[in-house]
Design a binder for this molecule. Structure first.
Ligand SMILES: [Zn+2]
Length: 142
């Protein structure tokens, strides 16, 4: 059962050339651009979450790039998971996160953090070249 339409990609071993050849980055509500050096790692950035569109199937994905996997701990997992749930909630027209509707967001946060953790532990369900393609954000645990 697919509840959410955008697959999640988490990678700790990507190369920029491969990313640029295979994806556009979503830079606005519905604007795609080539990567062109966007999201290059900085001294303080150990991970980044973005929306991307595959150049082959034109499907949108959530992509979490782990620049320095050794530095990714629970805090970073929670941080990046929060970006995914916020982006996804916006895309799907969820009411903004508040005290009454927090739980669906929290389930997405939990699922995404578990996905990041599974990649860091080298136990992803599926692999797609250097990108670790995990389950669509649909059926919870792997
Ligand atoms: Zn952030």
């Amino acid at each position: 059962m697919v509840l959410y339409p955008f697959p999640l990609l988490v990678s700790k071993n990507f190369d920029w050339k491969e990313l640029e050849e295979n994806f556009w980055i979503v830079t606005g509500e519905n604007t795609c651009e080539d990567f062109n050096g966007k999201l290059e790692p900085t001294a303080t950035r150990c991970a980044h979450t973005c929306e991307v569109v595959s150049k082959s199937d034109e499907h949108m994905y959530y992509m979490i790039l782990l620049y320095r996997p050794d530095s990714v701990g629970a805090g970073t997992m929670a941080h990046e998971a929060g970006h995914v749930s916020t982006f996804l909630g916006h895309r799907l027209g969820f009411q903004e996160r508040n005290f009454e509707n927090d739980e669906p967001y929290a389930y997405i946060d939990q699922f995404v953090a578990d996905c990041i953790d599974s990649v860091l532990k080298d136990k992803p369900k599926e692999m797609n070249g250097k990108l670790y393609k995990l389950n669509t954000i649909d059926n919870g645990k792997q």
